[in-house]
Design a protein around this ligand. Structure first.
Ligand SMILES: [Zn+2]
Length: 127
């Protein structure tokens, strides 16, 4: 006897493909769009992070940099935080919890999610 999990997985194989990951369930159009945005943002941030790494380590072929290590460290920390927030949002899309306020449990408005795809709380709770 096959488990439901295996059956679900074989169905997912014929369904929507998700950039950068395996589809574990069927996503709604809105979820898919937000996921796509988040993955794009994650790629951009990873590029920025890589550029910072290059900037932090001067070597042959690189222009000398006029930034202090503190500035690089601050930028790197910001990028790290944003990447963490994006990964959390992607996890919530996967588990079906995306767009639900972590504080009061109500739905986060589409407008807010469009402006801030990594939003974890609704506007009321964020205020
Ligand atoms: Zn709330």
């Amino acid at each position: 006897m096959r488990s439901n999990k295996i059956r679900a997985r074989s169905v997912a194989g014929h369904g929507t493909s998700v950039p950068g990951g395996q589809a574990t369930r069927t996503y709604s159009g809105a979820e898919w769009r937000q996921q796509y945005r988040l993955l794009g943002e994650r790629d951009r941030l990873r590029d920025q992070r890589d550029e910072l790494r290059v900037a932090a380590t001067s070597g042959p072929g690189y222009e000398p940099l006029h930034v202090t290590n503190d500035e690089v460290a601050t930028q790197a920390a910001t990028i790290k935080d944003r990447l963490a927030a994006i990964d959390k949002a992607l996890d919530r899309i996967d588990s079906g919890d995306y767009g639900v306020c972590l504080v009061c449990g109500s739905e986060i408005a589409d407008q807010r999610l469009k402006a801030l795809p990594t939003a974890e709380v609704c506007r009321k709770c964020a205020a």
